[in-house]
Design a protein around this ligand. Sequence first.
Ligand SMILES: [Zn+2]
Length: 212
Amino acid sequence: MKCVYCCNEIKEEEFAREHVPPKSFFKKGTSSLITIPACRACNNKKSSDDEFVLNILSMSDLISINPQYQFHIDKMLRAVKRPQKVGFIKEVLSSTHTVITPEGSKNAFTFDESKVSGWAGINAQGLLVYKDYIEHCNYNHSTIILNLLKVELPEEKQLLELILSFAKSTPSKRVGSSEFEYWIQTQDKGYVVIQCFYQELYFLTMVEHCKI
Ligand SMILES: [Zn+2]
């Protein structure tokens, strides 16, 4: 069996079950999570990106205003006590600033959006591997992030309308209770994968047939 990331044959003792999306995004005990084969080294490398994205999400309104996702905040609070988290926390704190919104002033922070969209693109390919559309996660890909809570620009609104109407007309696959949902559409150039996390955060990924 080959690793979906490095494409090397996986030795039995190196075999790791890669969760797409990561297990940590779901409540403990959630069944029927999606897994694809990876080698242990690639699996470990991916885990730090998974954790980065989950930390970002835990600090966003997305999770904090939804009591059903409180388990993430709890996890995050436990995790920040670990010494290896100091760098991440410092980075976030240094970017904290106040923004004025229609609901009043709020604290905001900046983060590396390309890291998050890159992560979502790899995740989208993982879903395509799982569904046997492709064999590995090394295709050209680009992702647009749309947060339902923060859609402001007219073109963002337009794109969101499009995604939502597509989502309504096409059956989705669901993982967990409401944590994750995804849609796949085949196109001439490749595939369009829509992922929705926590009912609010949409990633629209185009995966092309050509390899990176
Ligand atoms: Zn590998």
